[in-house]
Ligand binder design. Structure first.
Ligand SMILES: Cc1cc2nc3c(=O)[nH]c(=O)nc-3n(C[C@H](O)[C@H](O)[C@H](O)COP(=O)(O)OP(=O)(O)OC[C@H]3O[C@@H](n4cnc5c(N)ncnc54)[C@H](O)[C@@H]3O)c2cc1C
Length: 378
């Protein structure tokens, strides 16, 4: 019998597997598809990372821990997992999101700079910004590479003694007095503890969370700018525009030396179209493309680009858009990390650490109290 089985080796699961293996625990990771696949929430080449966090100031220590791990794993794996090119958070002068990010930065001494609309456009001519808008610029922000990070974390876990099985789907978990039985497409397995990091499929295994976790279809696209240099991290930070009349639009530069042809990745944050992660994927259509390009053209006319590629992806969101990091409701031996609500990849290393703490010690020193499952009632 293993000490711990990790169910779902995507973003969080990969870093939890690594953390548990590094602590000398006998750990097995089970993944329904293969490591680094594109059926869940962790594909598309890049994810924004930033520390001036408007969502909640308590995320900042988790972000700092994660940045340290991304750096250490980059060094040990020889892969470039993190790129620092700055982050621009744009909103009206009265925008509460920009104000919250600024307050979190001040509280945790994250270096930031407030830029006027004129200054934004002077530095980054790709943008057109109304004069009643401003931006919080964080020079230490940038982006991480999800598939490469997951691969590197799993390889590191394996080198520290973890076991990994791909193409094995967990069909159910049953807790007994001294163990948990994990029913899989490959037969029953037994562990002292279980961690569920199953992303969009979490409530299939933990139905109590179904009323809390909302699974939605998202679209990420890639624009080829007329002037290729305008889309590179040397000339463009990651950016996020808070719009008053529509969901935020954001983008990530592409480093042609690592990430493929010169492009800018763009997306809307928080589309609300529900989806079933097991149903055939509805492909990106003309309406999706128009919605995305209308937003980008309005804010970045200087890119003069065409949308040359687009893919769907999945958000699993909670009602307050904060994660769930806790013991699984109704279980003694099972922990869960889920509901990353479209902003969690940048924190997967710290969440993997917090999850390891929960399954091994029942608690964590990391600031996860605000992420408890009981905040939604029983
Ligand atoms: C378009 C888009 C843009 C985003 N942008 C950002 C961003 O800029 N910055 C940021 O920080 N975050 C961003 N996010 C959010 C972030 O990528 C996700 O929150 C994060 O990757 C989710 O990780 P996860 O481990 O919860 O899920 P996943 O990585 O999907 O992992 C879950 C894994 O569990 C496996 N699994 C499920 N059920 C079973 C089962 N029964 N048996 C075995 N295996 C199972 C799945 O196959 C999957 O591999 C974005 C997300 C999307 C979709």
């Amino acid at each position: 019998m293993r000490h711990v089985i990790v169910i779902g080796v995507g973003g969080v699961g990969a870093f939890a597997l690594r953390e548990l293996a590094r602590r000398g625990v006998s750990v097995l990771g089970l993944e329904a598809f293969h490591v680094g696949h594109d059926r869940g929430s962790s594909h598309g080449g890049t994810r924004v990372f930033r520390h001036a966090y408007f969502e909640h100031a308590d995320y900042v220590p988790l972000l700092r821990r994660s940045t340290d791990v991304f750096r250490a794993l980059s060094a040990s794996s020889g892969r470039s997992l993190l790129e620092v090119c700055g982050t621009l958070l744009i909103g009206k002068d009265t925008c509460p999101v920009v104000a919250a990010a600024s307050a979190a930065a001040q509280q945790h001494r994250v270096p930031v700079e407030m830029l006027s609309a004129t200054e934004i456009v002077r530095r980054y001519p790709q943008f057109a910004i109304p004069t009643d808008h401003h931006a919080l610029f964080e020079p230490g922000g940038g982006f991480v590479r999800p598939e490469a990070s997951i691969r590197a974390a799993v390889d590191d876990a394996l080198s520290h003694g973890a076991e990994m099985r791909e193409g094995v789907r967990v069909e159910g978990i049953q807790e007994r007095a001294n163990e948990v039985v994990v029913r899989t497409s490959d037969g029953d397995l037994h562990a002292e503890r279980v961690l569920v990091t199953a992303g969009a499929w979490t409530s299939r295994l933990l139905p109590d969370l179904a009323r809390v976790l909302r699974v939605t279809r998202q679209v990420q696209g890639w624009i080829q700018p007329e002037d290729a240099a305008l889309g590179s991290p040397a000339k463009l930070p990651t950016w996020f525009v808070v719009r008053t009349d529509a969901p935020p639009v954001y983008g990530i530069p592409v480093d042609p030396a690592i990430d493929g042809p010169p492009r800018v990745k763009v997306a809307l944050h928080g589309r609300t179209e529900p989806m079933d992660p097991d149903a055939p994927r509805r492909p990106v259509d003309d309406a999706d493309r128009a919605e995305l390009m209308d937003a980008v053209n309005a804010w970045m006319p200087g890119l003069k680009g065409e949308l040359v590629d687009a893919k769907t992806c999945i958000y699993t969101s909670t009602p307050d858009e904060h994660f769930v990091v806790d013991h699984a409701p109704g279980y003694q031996r099972v922990a869960v990390v889920a509901g990353l609500s479209g902003h969690g990849f940048k924190m997967t290393p710290a969440l993997g650490g917090a999850a390891a703490d929960l399954v091994l010690d029942g608690k964590s020193e990391l600031p996860i109290a605000f992420l408890g499952a009981d905040r939604f009632g029983s």
